[in-house]
Design a protein around this ligand. Structure first.
Ligand SMILES: [Zn+2]
Length: 356
């Protein structure tokens, strides 16, 4: 450790020592050599104090000046508060609030909100390849109950899959309702939403049954997992020069070969193994040096004074961490490390169809 190491990094090193038994002694200033980027970003409790700016791509980047969605709103409740992933670009947060406000109009009482991003974005210790730049968010396919859930219930409530157990890629019509379809199509209908990820079985259900306007159906993309929640992705905000946009989805409703592929064996086949081959080296985790240069500065930048100061809507918001039993402020990274993998975490084999 040298005098050069900032207070932020010292605090971070303490957090790392707590979680992984890995003291970031090699952390030499901004390069943070040797520590995986997920350790650095996963240890951050507050955003940087800056104008909201995403850097990089959905699956390789970070965000400055993120804001949190309040734990509770009139038409939403945030879930799994200990993960501290309620942070996003203000456009993402306002989109979530708008979706929640519009949902009762289509028969969905309100949203249970899953992961958005970490306070400074970046890769996560558990789950998700994307959600790194504050422009992705997960919404549960379970309607909001008509009462406020306790912090414990928000941790423990199980995910409910929309798929039939023991049946290949089939929506369970006992759970799936027209309101589920309407909610997904509502999310896809907003112009700033570029993609909505759902399980292939859900996409097929929409293809087979959606009789309304199908012009936004092409934005609804089939992907592994995503059977208990859907994932909303918005485009790069105007003027965000460091944000790398994703190619637009093709024309059409996507109820075509690209969907049919998911119902073949190929996406689900285990990779062929050569019994004589050496076991493959585990992939090297993403390093800070692999990320956009601005992300090193985002990590080191000062924080706002409190979580509340950076919460969308400010004074009316409830602090997520204060709502946790025993105020788990210091334990956040440790709790996050113990979280079970999210249901959407599965290896994505190559080749895969274009458009993801
Ligand atoms: Zn997601």
């Amino acid at each position: 450790m040298t005098m050069m190491i900032s207070r932020g990094f010292r605090a971070l090193a303490k957090g790392l020592a707590l979680t992984a038994g890995l003291v970031a002694a090699t952390t030499g200033g901004a390069s943070a050599e040797g520590a995986a980027a997920k350790q650095l970003f996963g240890g951050m409790k507050l955003p940087s104090r800056a104008a909201p700016t995403p850097y990089g791509f959905y699956s390789k980047g970070c965000i400055a000046g993120a804001v949190a969605i309040p734990v509770d709103g009139p038409t939403w409740q945030a879930m799994r508060l200990s993960r501290n992933r309620r942070w996003g670009h203000p456009q993402m947060i306002s989109l979530l609030e708008r979706l929640s406000r519009d949902a009762p109009g289509i028969g969905w009482p309100g949203l249970l909100i899953g992961d958005v991003s970490q306070p400074r974005g970046g890769p996560m210790l558990t789950g998700h390849a994307s959600h790194q730049i504050g422009l992705d968010a997960d919404v549960w396919l379970t309607p909001m109950p008509d009462r406020r859930l306790s912090a414990k219930e928000r941790e423990d409530m199980p995910f409910t899959s929309m798929l039939k157990e023991n049946k290949f890629l089939t929506v369970d019509t006992k759970r799936w309702t027209p309101a589920h379809a309407k909610l997904i199509m509502l999310a896809a209908s907003y112009p700033e939403v570029e993609r909505v990820f759902v399980n292939p079985a859900i996409k097929k259900k929409l293809c087979d049954t959606w009789s309304g306007d199908r012009s936004a159906l092409g934005k609804v993309r089939p992907i592994y997992g995503h059977d208990a929640h859907f994932h909303v992705r918005i485009g790069c905000p105007d003027g965000a020069a460091g944000c790398k946009p994703q190619a637009a989805v093709g024309a059409g409703d996507g109820c075509d070969k690209s969907l049919a592929w998911w119902f073949t064996d190929e996406p689900w086949a285990k990779p062929k193994k050569d019994p004589n081959a050496k076991p493959p080296k585990p992939p090297r985790p993403m390093q800070l040096s692999d990320m956009p240069k601005a992300c090193a500065a985002v990590l080191q930048a000062p924080s706002p004074d409190s979580e509340m100061a950076a919460t969308f809507g400010g004074a009316t918001a409830v602090s997520a961490l204060a709502a946790m039993p025993g105020n788990a402020n210091d334990a956040v990274p440790a709790i996050a490390a113990q979280m079970p993998e999210l249901p959407d975490v599965v290896p994505i084999p190559l080749p895969r169809p274009a458009g993801y």
